[in-house]
Design a protein around this ligand. Structure first.
Ligand code: AMP
Length: 222
């Protein structure tokens, strides 16, 4: 089972991915998290990716696709995954279809968390992240128990470089120019389900889970 989570930056993909993983047992593959781990680890891939991420631009397709293919080749992703933040360009979508076709697999469903650009801007501006575990909070929508500190490990929360205003604008432009065409791509493929993401987190989760094919909820990673 391969499920794609699509939506603008700040739509709540990471948070909702956690809920979907808990309900289905699917392996969570988030290219943004993978890049950030590489940045933290100081790898060559991390150094390269950081230049694009800090500016709010997409990492080049060949780099991203290579990283994703390697991740999908690991045994835990053999039967499927929840893809969060990938694909983000039509070229990535084609590469994903090709990689899955090699294993006689398909994209089963694409869940679009639909949030208007204005709402996205407000959400990203108030976003704070734990530098240790990547947990994401929002100063009004999802505040930590103790202001400025992570609920899990107490670390002081930071604002990601790409959550600064100039980078937010560029991320929204990247979404509109490079990722929006994917909506038509998956609409045509008949796999797209639109979920109104401009609502309370729990309501969005309920609709996302309801949209999943039965086997995903019954058994997880098959
Ligand atoms: P995210 O956490 O998904 O918002 O990703 C953070 C940043 O990582 C993005 O702004 C991009 O710079 C980079 N990134 C993540 N996923 C991709 C992707 N599929 N293609 C290109 N760049 C990506």
């Amino acid at each position: 089972m391969h499920v794609i989570l699509l939506g603008p930056p700040g739509a709540g993909k990471g948070t909702q991915a956690g809920q979907i993983v808990a309900a289905t047992g699917l392996v969570h593959v988030a290219t943004g998290d993978m890049f950030r781990e590489n940045v933290r680890g100081g790898t060559e891939l991390g150094l390269l990716a950081k230049q694009f991420m800090d500016r709010g631009e997409l990492v080049p397709d060949e780099v991203t696709i290579g990283m994703l293919r390697e991740r999908m080749d690991r045994p835990d992703a053999a039967a499927g995954a929840l893809l969060d933040g990938f694909p983000r360009t039509v070229q990535q979508a084609h590469a994903l279809d090709a990689a899955l076709a090699e294993r006689d697999q398909l994209v089963d469903i694409v869940l679009l968390i639909d949030v208007p650009a204005d709402a996205v801007r407000a959400r990203l501006g108030g976003r704070w992240t734990c530098p240790n575990d990547g947990a994401v909070y929002h100063q009004t929508n999802n505040p930590p128990q103790v202001a400025g500190h992570c609920d899990k490990d107490g670390a002081e929360l930071i604002q990601r470089d790409d959550d600064q205003p100039a980078a937010i604008d560029r991320r929204l432009i990247a979404y509109e120019e490079q990722t929006l065409p994917l909506i038509a791509f998956y609409d045509q493929a008949g796999t797209l389900v639109r979920i109104d993401g401009a609502r309370a987190l729990n309501d969005v989760t309920t609709d996302l889970l309801a949209a999943l094919p039965g086997p995903a909820l019954a058994g997880g990673n098959h």
